[in-house]
Design a protein around this ligand. Structure first.
Ligand code: FE2
Length: 183
Protein backbone atom coordinates (compact mmCIF):
# COMPACT_ATOMS: atom_id res chain seq x y z
CA UNK A 1 0.00 0.00 0.00
CA UNK A 2 3.04 2.29 0.24
CA UNK A 3 3.51 5.13 -0.22
CA UNK A 4 -0.21 5.89 0.26
CA UNK A 5 -0.47 3.90 3.50
CA UNK A 6 2.71 2.89 5.34
CA UNK A 7 3.51 -0.57 6.63
CA UNK A 8 3.56 0.95 10.11
CA UNK A 9 -0.03 2.17 9.78
CA UNK A 10 -1.16 -1.25 8.50
CA UNK A 11 0.71 -2.92 11.37
CA UNK A 12 -1.29 -0.92 13.93
CA UNK A 13 -4.54 -0.69 12.01
CA UNK A 14 -4.82 -4.35 10.99
CA UNK A 15 -2.64 -5.92 13.68
CA UNK A 16 -3.89 -3.98 16.70
CA UNK A 17 -7.12 -2.03 16.06
CA UNK A 18 -8.90 -4.58 13.87
CA UNK A 19 -7.55 -7.43 15.98
CA UNK A 20 -8.85 -5.83 19.18
CA UNK A 21 -12.37 -5.55 17.75
CA UNK A 22 -12.25 -9.27 16.91
CA UNK A 23 -10.93 -10.23 20.34
CA UNK A 24 -13.45 -8.02 22.14
CA UNK A 25 -16.36 -9.39 20.11
CA UNK A 26 -15.32 -12.98 20.78
CA UNK A 27 -15.19 -12.28 24.51
CA UNK A 28 -18.52 -10.43 24.52
CA UNK A 29 -20.47 -13.15 22.68
CA UNK A 30 -18.87 -16.20 24.34
CA UNK A 31 -21.64 -18.43 25.67
CA UNK A 32 -24.37 -16.01 24.59
CA UNK A 33 -27.20 -16.25 22.04
CA UNK A 34 -24.84 -14.49 19.60
CA UNK A 35 -21.96 -16.97 19.85
CA UNK A 36 -22.93 -19.00 16.77
CA UNK A 37 -24.49 -16.16 14.75
CA UNK A 38 -22.94 -14.73 11.60
CA UNK A 39 -21.40 -11.28 11.88
CA UNK A 40 -24.19 -9.79 9.75
CA UNK A 41 -26.89 -11.31 11.93
CA UNK A 42 -25.21 -10.05 15.11
CA UNK A 43 -25.11 -6.53 13.65
CA UNK A 44 -28.79 -6.57 12.70
CA UNK A 45 -29.84 -8.15 16.03
CA UNK A 46 -27.99 -5.61 18.19
CA UNK A 47 -28.36 -2.35 16.20
CA UNK A 48 -30.15 0.30 18.24
CA UNK A 49 -30.30 -1.90 21.38
CA UNK A 50 -28.80 0.19 24.18
CA UNK A 51 -27.92 -2.82 26.34
CA UNK A 52 -26.16 -4.51 23.39
CA UNK A 53 -24.14 -1.46 22.30
CA UNK A 54 -20.73 -2.99 23.02
CA UNK A 55 -21.53 -6.08 20.98
CA UNK A 56 -22.88 -3.94 18.15
CA UNK A 57 -19.87 -1.60 18.13
CA UNK A 58 -17.34 -4.40 18.03
CA UNK A 59 -19.27 -6.55 15.53
CA UNK A 60 -19.82 -3.59 13.20
CA UNK A 61 -16.16 -2.58 13.42
CA UNK A 62 -15.05 -6.14 12.58
CA UNK A 63 -17.43 -6.12 9.61
CA UNK A 64 -16.44 -2.61 8.49
CA UNK A 65 -12.74 -3.47 8.60
CA UNK A 66 -13.16 -6.85 6.87
CA UNK A 67 -14.90 -4.92 4.12
CA UNK A 68 -12.43 -2.01 4.12
CA UNK A 69 -9.32 -4.12 3.47
CA UNK A 70 -10.98 -5.50 0.35
CA UNK A 71 -11.65 -1.95 -0.84
CA UNK A 72 -7.90 -1.29 -1.16
CA UNK A 73 -5.43 -2.77 -3.59
CA UNK A 74 -1.94 -1.82 -4.74
CA UNK A 75 -2.24 -0.15 -8.14
CA UNK A 76 -5.92 0.62 -7.53
CA UNK A 77 -7.77 3.85 -8.18
CA UNK A 78 -8.22 4.93 -11.78
CA UNK A 79 -11.39 4.06 -13.63
CA UNK A 80 -14.07 1.55 -12.60
CA UNK A 81 -14.93 -1.35 -14.93
CA UNK A 82 -17.30 -0.31 -17.75
CA UNK A 83 -20.51 -1.79 -16.31
CA UNK A 84 -19.98 -0.04 -12.99
CA UNK A 85 -18.90 3.18 -14.67
CA UNK A 86 -22.23 3.24 -16.47
CA UNK A 87 -24.13 3.09 -13.14
CA UNK A 88 -21.84 5.78 -11.69
CA UNK A 89 -22.44 8.05 -14.68
CA UNK A 90 -26.20 7.68 -14.21
CA UNK A 91 -26.07 8.48 -10.49
CA UNK A 92 -23.36 11.15 -10.34
CA UNK A 93 -22.85 12.39 -13.90
CA UNK A 94 -19.24 11.18 -14.03
CA UNK A 95 -16.67 9.10 -12.19
CA UNK A 96 -14.89 12.32 -11.22
CA UNK A 97 -18.08 13.68 -9.63
CA UNK A 98 -18.54 10.40 -7.72
CA UNK A 99 -14.97 10.53 -6.41
CA UNK A 100 -15.42 14.17 -5.40
CA UNK A 101 -18.59 13.40 -3.47
CA UNK A 102 -16.94 10.41 -1.75
CA UNK A 103 -13.96 12.55 -0.78
CA UNK A 104 -16.19 15.35 0.50
CA UNK A 105 -18.20 12.92 2.66
CA UNK A 106 -15.00 11.40 4.07
CA UNK A 107 -13.59 14.81 4.92
CA UNK A 108 -16.88 16.16 6.32
CA UNK A 109 -17.51 13.25 8.72
CA UNK A 110 -17.10 14.90 12.13
CA UNK A 111 -14.83 12.77 14.28
CA UNK A 112 -14.49 9.04 13.66
CA UNK A 113 -16.45 7.23 10.99
CA UNK A 114 -16.67 5.92 7.47
CA UNK A 115 -17.52 7.19 3.98
CA UNK A 116 -19.33 4.78 1.68
CA UNK A 117 -20.42 4.21 -1.87
CA UNK A 118 -23.66 2.27 -1.47
CA UNK A 119 -26.44 0.85 -3.58
CA UNK A 120 -29.90 1.89 -2.46
CA UNK A 121 -32.55 -0.03 -4.39
CA UNK A 122 -30.42 -0.12 -7.53
CA UNK A 123 -29.26 3.50 -7.26
CA UNK A 124 -25.74 4.47 -6.23
CA UNK A 125 -25.25 7.01 -3.44
CA UNK A 126 -22.56 8.37 -1.17
CA UNK A 127 -23.15 8.02 2.57
CA UNK A 128 -21.21 8.65 5.71
CA UNK A 129 -21.61 6.89 9.04
CA UNK A 130 -20.30 7.77 12.50
CA UNK A 131 -18.12 5.61 14.70
CA UNK A 132 -19.00 1.95 14.06
CA UNK A 133 -22.25 2.54 12.18
CA UNK A 134 -22.74 0.69 8.92
CA UNK A 135 -25.18 1.11 6.01
CA UNK A 136 -26.08 -2.58 6.49
CA UNK A 137 -28.49 -1.59 9.27
CA UNK A 138 -30.39 0.61 6.79
CA UNK A 139 -30.74 -2.26 4.32
CA UNK A 140 -28.25 -0.66 1.92
CA UNK A 141 -25.59 -2.57 -0.03
CA UNK A 142 -22.07 -1.18 0.50
CA UNK A 143 -19.85 -1.16 -2.60
CA UNK A 144 -16.80 0.65 -1.19
CA UNK A 145 -15.73 2.32 2.02
CA UNK A 146 -12.99 4.59 3.33
CA UNK A 147 -12.08 4.45 7.01
CA UNK A 148 -11.72 7.97 8.41
CA UNK A 149 -10.95 7.07 11.99
CA UNK A 150 -7.67 8.79 12.88
CA UNK A 151 -6.00 5.39 13.33
CA UNK A 152 -6.35 4.92 9.54
CA UNK A 153 -4.11 7.86 8.65
CA UNK A 154 -2.66 9.71 11.63
CA UNK A 155 0.80 8.10 11.62
CA UNK A 156 1.26 9.00 7.93
CA UNK A 157 -0.77 12.19 7.44
CA UNK A 158 -1.38 13.56 10.97
CA UNK A 159 -4.25 16.06 10.70
CA UNK A 160 -4.36 16.05 6.88
CA UNK A 161 -7.29 13.70 6.44
CA UNK A 162 -8.09 15.19 3.03
CA UNK A 163 -4.66 14.23 1.64
CA UNK A 164 -5.04 10.66 2.88
CA UNK A 165 -8.56 10.33 1.50
CA UNK A 166 -7.67 11.68 -1.93
CA UNK A 167 -4.56 9.47 -2.17
CA UNK A 168 -6.66 6.40 -1.28
CA UNK A 169 -9.25 7.32 -3.91
CA UNK A 170 -6.63 8.02 -6.59
CA UNK A 171 -4.23 5.15 -5.94
CA UNK A 172 -5.81 2.33 -3.91
CA UNK A 173 -9.58 2.04 -4.44
CA UNK A 174 -10.49 -1.45 -5.62
CA UNK A 175 -13.22 -0.82 -8.19
CA UNK A 176 -13.35 -4.51 -9.13
CA UNK A 177 -14.45 -5.25 -5.55
CA UNK A 178 -17.10 -2.53 -5.86
CA UNK A 179 -18.35 -4.16 -9.06
CA UNK A 180 -18.59 -7.57 -7.33
CA UNK A 181 -20.63 -5.99 -4.54
CA UNK A 182 -22.93 -4.29 -7.05
CA UNK A 183 -23.90 -7.81 -8.19
FE1 FE2 B 1 -10.10 1.48 11.20
Amino acid sequence: MEPVISANTIRFHYGKHHRTYVDNLNKLVAGSEFAEMSLGDIILATAGEADKASIFHNAAQVSNHNFYWNCLRPGGGGQPPASLKQKIDVAFGSVEACKKELSAAAVAEFGSGWAWLVMNGGKLQIQKTSNADTPLTQGLTPLLTIDVWEHAYYLDYQNKRVDHVNAVIDKLLNWEFALQNAG
